[in-house]
Design a protein around this ligand. Structure first.
Ligand code: ZN
Length: 587
């Protein structure tokens, strides 16, 4: 190797002109590149191998997956939650890049994809020679990050890794080195295509070249390694992440899958409990792998873990998707000697299960439960510093006095939220219609408004606001204040008969709730007290969703389990609950 001394080759060099020095005897090797590591006087070989000389055609399905939004907006701009979002057993391509909990493209990726779209950059279908790449690069010479843009497109189009390798070959020739960013993008492509030999190579190179990696690379390596024979190395990487931050639920999920694939059930359960202790909510596909393992491995500890998962779903108001639900069903039916039978059903407003004729748990809170919840909410959510960051203590005090000095309400209305349900009518006219509709039923109403509603603007005409004030009490908060704490306070203060009207899900407050029991009571109270305007035809008809009488959470009587689940591809609004159930009975 004297020929390749650092003096004659600085940094990364291509060896492809000298096939006799190719370091790893792999068939169909295209080229190899070497790294010069200045502190070690050592040359590391980085063989890029090829699996095929011809490029794999672009997978149109994969491209489609990349463009599928994980969360879509519904008819009124409301957020929808679909099962496609979480319950996929195969990794979502962009989850490969998830550094934290968020499975979104990074700003950098968005930017690169924008550049490629704007300039019409598409990956070639076959590997190019260095000269061909240089020529292509010349056509886009105004683009400073050509290689990054191109690799990002290759990830998007799921290009053959041979095409990517031919690009890296050009970079190595040109710059004598391959940057961290390019290596990570190449790694993403390899992980996605489960090109394990390449994943190992990139990992080994990175270990030597970089002291630490950022979380995106760690996440990719964990995903890649956990499904391979070197799965234990994924655990070491998880430990590395833990030194600086909380790993993502995806990181844990990958390690749990790695452990389960290798029959290390105790280890998988330890990791599962560790992630819960860190406040991470597992992905549904992670839970599914646990149930699938339970079907094959008969182990009492695993059985109690799986029952624990069902209670966890209950406490956190989580709904399995169809795939997880099927795994739960098959697991129950496989328990020796227990003779469980599962049926899928739809439960109507009566709350009676048509399969076993049992009534589901009522949504009603006992007086004790109600009082406990009210006390906790007022203490932890309303007076808690976090939620009130947008409301001053003076305004809160003013509002509390206001509520004290009025008789209890029947309905508390989130004025701005209701005013925005229609884009066909002005905000004040929409709110007026709803207030008049409810006032006809002799209900005592409180509308939470904002001070800007009093300025006589085009959207908020003075005479309309004045007309509404004859039918309902109004409290006008500062324009920047958050409505939710006022809504919760006034509703809880009025007593358990009082309902509230909004399409908001009050999501932010769940995190402030101190324990599982309070969370469970809060969800139950919310579902039993939240009115949602489901249909509004201006001037004609106003319709509210019926408030359910039964509790839509996982529930058991010992001899039965009822599990609400989300159907595949059926999206529901965030304020809606599933109507499909798995009924399990012990025969
Ligand atoms: Zn049933």
């Amino acid at each position: 190797m004297a020929f390749f001394r650092p003096t004659s080759f600085s940094g990364l060099q291509t060896l492809w002109k000298y096939p006799m020095f190719w370091p790893v005897p792999r068939r169909q090797q295209l080229f190899a590149v070497i790294f010069h590591l200045p502190n070690r006087k050592h040359v590391k070989c980085f063989p890029f191998t090829t699996t095929s000389q011809s490029a794999i055609p672009v997978d149109p399905k994969a491209t489609h997956m990349l463009t599928t939004k994980t969360r879509s907006k519904g008819r009124d701009g409301e957020e929808k939650e679909g099962r496609a979002r979480e319950d996929t057993s195969s990794p979502h391509p962009f989850s490969l890049f998830s550094a934290g909990a968020a499975k979104r493209r990074s700003k950098n990726q968005e930017e690169l994809l924008m550049i490629s779209k704007k300039n019409g950059i598409r990956p070639p279908e076959k590997p190019l020679s260095v000269a061909e790449w240089e020529e292509l690069r010349g056509e886009f010479k105004r683009i400073s990050k050509f290689e990054e843009v191109m690799l990002e497109q290759m990830i998007k189009c799921n290009s053959s890794i041979d095409v990517a390798k031919s690009l890296l070959s050009m970079v190595a020739m040109r710059k004598g080195d391959i940057s961290y960013n390019l290596l990570v993008k190449y790694l993403a492509l390899c992980v996605r295509q489960e090109q394990m030999a390449e994943v190992y190579d990139v990992y080994d190179i990175m270990k030597v070249r970089f002291k630490t990696l950022e979380t995106g690379a760690y996440s990719l390596l964990i995903k890649g390694l956990s499904g391979s024979n070197r799965w234990r190395e994924a655990l070491s990487l998880l430990e590395e992440i833990k030194k600086v931050m909380i790993p993502s639920k995806g990181n844990y999920g990958d390690c749990i899958k790695g452990a389960l694939n290798n029959q290390e059930i105790n280890l998988a359960c330890e990791l599962y409990h560790e992630m819960l202790a860190k406040g991470l909510i597992p992905n549904l596909d992670t839970l599914q792998v646990l149930f699938d393992t339970g079907k094959c491995v008969k182990d009492d500890q695993l059985k109690s873990e799986l029952l624990g998962i069902l209670l966890y779903l209950r406490e956190n108001q989580l709904y399995p998707g169809e795939a997880l639900m099927q795994s739960i069903k098959l697991w129950f039916e496989s328990i020796p000697g227990e003779k469980w039978q599962g049926h899928l059903t739809t439960i109507k407003n009566s709350g009676k299960c048509p399969v076993c004729n049992q009534n589901l748990e009522a949504i009603h809170l006992s007086q004790e439960e109600y009082n406990a919840l009210k006390e906790k909410i007022i203490k932890d959510v309303i007076q808690g510093t976090d939620t009130f960051r947008k409301t001053t203590p003076q305004e809160l005090k003013e509002f509390q006095n206001f509520v004290e000095n009025h008789p209890p309400y029947d309905i508390v209305i989130d004025g701005l939220n209701v005013a925005n349900v229609s884009n066909k009518r002005s905000q004040s006219q929409t709110l007026l219609d709803v207030v008049f509709h409810l006032a006809q039923q002799n209900l005592r109403l409180l509308v939470l408004g904002r001070k800007h509603m009093l300025t006589g603007s085009h959207s908020w005409k003075r005479h309309i606001v004045a007309a509404m004030q004859k039918k309902a009490d109004f409290f006008f908060a500062e324009n920047v204040s958050e409505d939710d704490p006022f809504l919760l306070y006034a509703t809880l203060h009025s007593g358990s008969h009082c309902k509230f009207l909004t399409r908001d899900l009050l999501r932010d407050h769940k995190a402030c709730l101190p324990d599982n029991l309070t969370r469970h009571l809060f969800f139950k109270w919310q579902r039993g007290h939240q009115m949602v305007l489901s249909h509004y035809w201006p001037g004609k008809r106003i319709k509210f969703q019926p408030i359910l009488t039964y509790n839509t959470v996982v529930q058991t009587t010992g001899d039965t389990w009822h599990i609400p689940y989300d159907e595949q591809l059926v999206e529901r609004y965030s304020y809606e609950v599933p109507t499909k159930w798995l009924c399990l009975q012990r025969k």
